[in-house]
Design a protein around this ligand. Structure first.
Ligand code: CMP
Length: 138
């Protein structure tokens, strides 16, 4: 079983689509194994997105990610990383395939509703960034 981290970003919480996003993951057969709402500080968002710190959009991205509450979750299942990424669609909603979360719900490449880990090593870092062992269902 593989695990991945997903985030319903501040725009997703504001648009009232938390349940819609989680429901799409559950329809892929994924299990929610950890779940919480949090309001990230700018520094916490910067730590999470540290790999993007040299990118021109880093300041704007971390400002956006700390602009309101987010929903953090760990998901478990066979091929969980790919299942979540397929359900999300391309980073830029304009390029996302029909029926994906970003095509259906997102406004822009920055306000793109949802995050999903891109590889097993990233997933391990990202789950550990937000959840301790006691918060993850065994
Ligand atoms: P995410 O999957 O959370 O990973 C990094 C995020 O940076 C990405 O989703 C987008 O929200 C954001 N991002 C990526 N590319 C750009 C860009 N060109 N301009 C603004 N934000 C971007």
């Amino acid at each position: 079983m593989e695990r991945t981290l997903s985030i319903v970003k501040p725009d997703g919480v504001r648009k009232n689509v938390i349940g819609d996003v989680i429901g799409r993951f559950e329809k892929q057969g994924l299990k929610v194994v950890a779940l919480k709402m949090a309001s990230l500080s700018k520094a916490e968002a910067e730590g999470f997105y540290a790999v993007h710190s040299a990118r021109p959009f880093f300041a704007s991205l971390t400002e956006f990610m700390s602009s309101g509450p987010v929903v953090l979750m760990a998901l478990s299942g066979e091929g969980a990383i790919k299942k979540v990424r397929d359900a999300m669609g391309a980073t830029d909603p304009a390029k996302a395939a029909p029926g994906t979360i970003r095509k259906d719900l997102a406004d822009s490449i920055e306000s793109n509703i949802v995050h999903g880990s891109d590889a097993p090593e990233t997933a391990a870092f990202e789950i550990g960034y937000f959840f301790n062992a006691l918060e993850i269902k065994r």
